[in-house]
Structures are given as C-alpha cells and as structure tokens.
Design a protein around this ligand. Structure first.
Ligand code: C5P
Length: 301
C-alpha cells in the first residue's frame, strides 16, 4: 500500500483554435487541435484529515495568483472524485508548478487531471477512463485533454477529445509573460471584434501535416482565433509574436495567451529564438518537445 503518489501532467498548446459563436450556456463551440508539450506540473498527494494545497514554483514561475483555498482546481478535482465514489476522504495536495499561471497553457487543468490520477491510485479507486473524462469535463474545458495528452482533436467546448495521428517530433520555444490574461475576457473580446462567427472546423492541411510529420506544412497551418483578441487586449503580445516569427518557422499566441510559442526545426533553433527575444536567463530558456504523454504516475512510495 502506498501513501504518497506523484503524477506529472503536461502543458498544452492549440495548434489550431477555431472558435464558433457563443452558445446558450455561455461557452463557445470549438474545433481545436491540442498538443501536449514537455513543460510540466508535478502533483503529489498524501492522505489527510482535511483538504489542502501548496504550490511550489519551479524555474521562476510566479504562483502568486494561484488560490490556496477550496477554489483551487486541484482541490475541486479531489473533492469531485471522492464524491463520485461516495467516499469521505481528503488529501494534502502539493503542486510543483513548472507551467506558467494564467498563460494559455492550461496549467490549472493539468493540476486537476494530475490530482484525479494521483488520488485514483492512492485510494485504489480504479475509476474507468470514461468516468475520469466525464469528471474532468465538469472541472474545465481543457481538463479531459490533460488526461489524454499527445495530439488530439477537441470539439464541443473543447472537452470532447479524440487522439489524432501525429508522426512528428516537434520543438517549441515557449515565452511566458509576466502578467496573465483572463480566458473569459479574451473570449469576450473575440465576440466584440467578431460578432458573426461561422461554425469552426479543423483544416485538412493541418491533419495532413501532423500525419506526415512535416514541420514546414505544420508551420503554415497553425492558426488561433483567440490571437487577435489577446493582442487587442495586450499589444505587447503581438509584438512578441512578430519578433519571434523572424527567427522561428512560425509563432503564435498559446490558447487565450499571453504566452507565445514558436515552432522550431530543432532544439538548437528553439534556444536561438529565445536568446534573440532576450530570454537569456537559464530559467527563461523554455524549450519543449512535443507531443508528450498526458497525466501519468511518476512516483509511488
Ligand atoms: O472551461 P473553462 O473553465 O476553461 O472556461 C473558462 C471560461 O472560458 C468560461 O467560463 C468561458 O467564459 C470561456 N470559454 C468559452 N468557450 C470555451 C471554453 C472557455 O467561452 N469553449
């Protein structure tokens, strides 16, 4: 019997983020392609009489915006899993945070997915994959993908995920911003800029680029409907994308931003892009391979 389980969960980017009209429930219909990148939060759970969460920054991440009470998505995930099984247990949750906060990289979603996988193992619940995905969808639109990882199509409000064929080994240079952007604010700005949206769809050229592992075709196919509103709210983000594009194969805002990501031919080019953008401190050299696995147990003691 173990009394401590650590699960690693990846950040995500959206290779394509097509946003449709606002639905009656306040969410927007999406046609997106998620990719899990090698930038992680590690979540450790231990049994406890009460729920608690601590957050330890890794590599200079600013964690000051992360709530440490019941509003934290990791605690919400743990409570939801316990309630699903009708058990009255609680846990201490320790998050080692390598994914920038409020950055458009789904770090909170990673924590929620990791907490569910960790508690499922700690408490030997053997929750089915279908149940985990359904619980994840209740926690947030991106949480199911954090369980699945790899490269996947996302539809509905993003919660319906389906793995895609991806034969590539991709390299991303990741540029976080010091101030986060609120996801609802970015969606609202999109509605303001573009009141009449069409139903979104995933372009065939992107699917083909992934299936063939063709980095130049992938560079040409990247697209994010949330980039324009993120740049409208934060012009400095637009300047960062433009500057990085001169050194990389392609660049874009990640999800709802403000993190920017740049597709590179290899690790060396990714380092060069970051250095050209003035990211010269060791903790600023965030180079991430992709795709990587979804939330998985890394320690069990
Ligand atoms: O599902 P999640 O908690 O990540 O969503 C956060 C907010 O982002 C939602 O409350 C909504 O304002 C916006 N959102 C949206 N359409 C989506 C996903 C998120 O409008 N498909």
């Amino acid at each position: 019997m173990s009394d401590r389980v650590t699960v690693r969960a990846p950040a995500k980017i959206n290779l394509h983020l097509g946003v449709g009209p606002c639905r009656a429930d306040g969410f927007h219909g999406l046609a997106t392609v998620y990719q899990a990148i090698g930038l992680y939060d590690d979540v450790t759970v231990t049994d406890s009489a009460t729920w608690s969460v601590t957050v330890t920054p890794v590599g200079g991440i600013d964690c000051s915006g992360v709530p440490l009470d019941d509003a934290n998505i990791a605690i919400r995930a743990g409570r939801l899993l316990a309630r699903h099984h009708g058990i009255e247990r609680a846990a201490a949750i320790d998050v080692h945070k390598g994914i920038p906060v409020a950055g458009g990289l789904a770090g909170g979603s990673a924590d929620a997915a990791a907490t569910m996988i960790a508690l499922d193992r700690l408490w030997e619940l053997e929750t089915s994959d279908d149940d985990l995905l359904a619980l994840a969808a209740q926690l947030g639109s991106d949480v199911p993908f954090a369980l699945v990882g790899g490269t996947a199509r996302g539809t509905g409000r993003g919660e319906l995920v389906e793995p895609m064929l991806d034969t590539g080994e991709w390299w991303w240079a990741v540029c976080p911003s010091t101030d986060g952007l609120s996801t609802p604010t970015v969606y609202a700005e999109l509605d303001r800029l573009r009141p009449d949206a069409d139903e979104p769809r995933i372009p065939a050229a992107l699917e083909q680029a992934l299936a063939e592992g063709d980095v130049h075709a992938l560079a040409a196919a990247l697209a994010n409907d949330l980039e324009a509103p993120a740049v409208s709210l934060r012009p400095d983000v637009g300047q960062a994308v433009q500057a990085g594009r001169e050194h990389a194969l392609a660049g874009m805002v990640s999800g709802s931003g403000p993190t920017t990501v740049f597709l590179c031919a290899d690790r060396e080019q990714a380092v060069e892009v970051l250095q050209a953008l003035g990211r010269t401190e060791p903790h600023q050299l965030i180079v991430a391979p992709a795709p990587v696995a979804g939330a998985h147990v890394v320690r069990h003691a």
